[in-house]
Structures are given as C-alpha cells and as structure tokens.
Design a protein around this ligand. Sequence first.
Ligand code: PBG
Ligand code: ZN
Length: 328
Amino acid sequence: MSITGYPTYRPRRMRRTANLRAMICENTLTAKDLIYPLFVVPGENIKHEIETLEGNYHWSVDRVLEPVKEAAELGIPAILLFGVPSYKDELGSSAWDMNEPVQQACKVIKENYPDMVIITDVCMCEYTSHGHCGKLDERTTVDNDATLPLLAKVAVSHAQAGADMIAPSNMMDGYVKAIREALDENGFSDIPIMAYAAKFASAYYGPFRAAADSAPSHGDRKGYQEDPANSDEALREVALDIEEGADIVMVKPAMAFMDIIYRVHETFNRPLCVYNVSGEFAMVKAAAKMGWIDEKRIVMETMTGFKRAGAKMIITYHALDVARWLKE
Ligand code: PBG
Ligand code: ZN
C-alpha cells in the first residue's frame, strides 16, 4: 500500500469530531454478534454465582428462562449451553441422557423462546468420571475413533431436545463428519454445526473447568487440543472441519490468538466465531475490581478487536454487559 505522506495526508483531520470519526469507522459491534454462555445444573430453584466467573451463574432448569429472557430482551440472538450432570461414569453416558440438565433446558427454552438460537456444547469432559473429552485409552489419552459415535449420540440427543445448533468442542479427528452424518440420518440435516476448529490446549480455560467441574483427573489435553505455538496447523484443522461439513468455524481462545482469527478469516472467508474464554474474562474482572482498568472500555475495545481481526460471532461471558452498554 503506497500512501502520500505528511503534510499532504494528515490522519488527524478525520479524527477531529465524533461524527467525522464515525464516518471512517470500519468495524461496529452489535448485540447480534454476541453469544451468551449458560451453565445448567441439576436441582431446583438454583441461581448460584460461579466463583471464578463473576456475574455468571449456575442455573437449575426451572430458572433457566430468567437469563434467557434477559438475553432476548437485549437483542442477543443465541445462547451456548453447558451442563453439569447429575452423574458421571467412565464413558460419560449422562451426556446423551434426555433427563439431564442440557436436554431439559433445551426443551424449556424452545417452548418459551422459540426464536432464541440454542447452541449446545458437545464434549465429554463434564460427563466422564476422569474429566477427559472422550473414552480413555492408555496410549493416546483418549481413543479417537471409539469416542466419535458417543459424540454423535450426544449431538442427536441435543437436536431431539430442541437445540438449533451443535457446537462440538472435543477436538477428536473426524468429529464434524461423524456428527454431521448422525444428524442427517436422524432427520436433522437442517441443524448447523459450529466447529471448535482451532482450539488450543490453553491455560485460559482454568476458570471454566472450575465452573463446569471438568478438569482432567490425570494428565492434560495436549494429546488432542492444539499446541499454542502453531498457526499453520490451525489452518489445516479449519480446512478439515470445513471439508467435513462445518457451517461455522471457531477460534479459541481469542485474545492471545488474534493472528489465528485473522488468518482463518483471510484464508477461508467462512462464518467465523471466536470464544472469549473464561481466563480472559476473569483477568478483566480481577483487574477491574482492583480499580486498575476501566472495565467497560477494556471490554468494548476487546470485542471490537475481535471483529477487526475478522470474527463475526463472539462467545463471551461479558455478553449481557456488552449488550447493555451498546444500548446506552
Ligand atoms: C469442553 C470445553 C472447555 C471450554 C469450552 N468447552 C474446556 C476445556 O477444553 O478444557 C472452555 C471455555 C472457557 O474457558 O471459557 N471441552
Ligand atoms: Zn472437553
């Protein structure tokens, strides 16, 4: 890009007033860009603040309409459901149990807020007794191909319960294809898949694992999630997921991975979602509480940064606040 220099070109000319700045503004954030994560738990009349995710709560199914109503009134188009199950076992069979919180919540939300897009997380780590994202295997941590049919079963159970979109986060090879085929075979060819395509083995998931009780009891997830040192590999993962039928691809975490967001956007030009994860949220909250940062300005700048990098959708625990601030 060649540019005529100073004093012919003076960038400050177009920054003088708010309206001049608005005229050259390249990226705007709206409530329609946001996806609000929700955690549902067994029991009744529960609204418990999640210690590691200030302002976010564990909801029992009988109260889950409260946050959904709030999101809907603020113009947020979608929620992302995570479940804490009432029982765990080796295989994670509560993940496809129609009586468990996620499936029950899908039903209730669909009945009362038919326009709200219900997205469900498909992974096994919240449901297995060992906390890994699939069926255990001694050599490879998680047995990839034995896990695929389990994931497919979970996805179908979510669709049957009323989910509008499936978001598999497990990082097994071939997971999009397995889920796509299972959805199609069960009459859900219209249900899109939002694939956690570039998901890194990140320390930023710490506060989530406390919230979802999903920390692995032994070892780590480096055998299936990506090495944060790699970006070419992330592009290969995204290509693979698109080939297998992903409708939306995701980059996760977001803030330390802006280059990945940008590369995925430039390379594939597909609907792109970023996950502003729990550790990113927690850092902002902690610093704001100390009075060291201006929370609103920091959060809005970060959200706009995601859009500038190429993201269209943003999953964030700040969603309600952001939507409120946008209305001010
Ligand atoms: C499940 C899952 C995780 C997150 C979303 N889905 C945790 C993990 O992979 O360990 C993290 C979300 C967050 O940190 O906000 N696999
Ligand atoms: Zn998992």
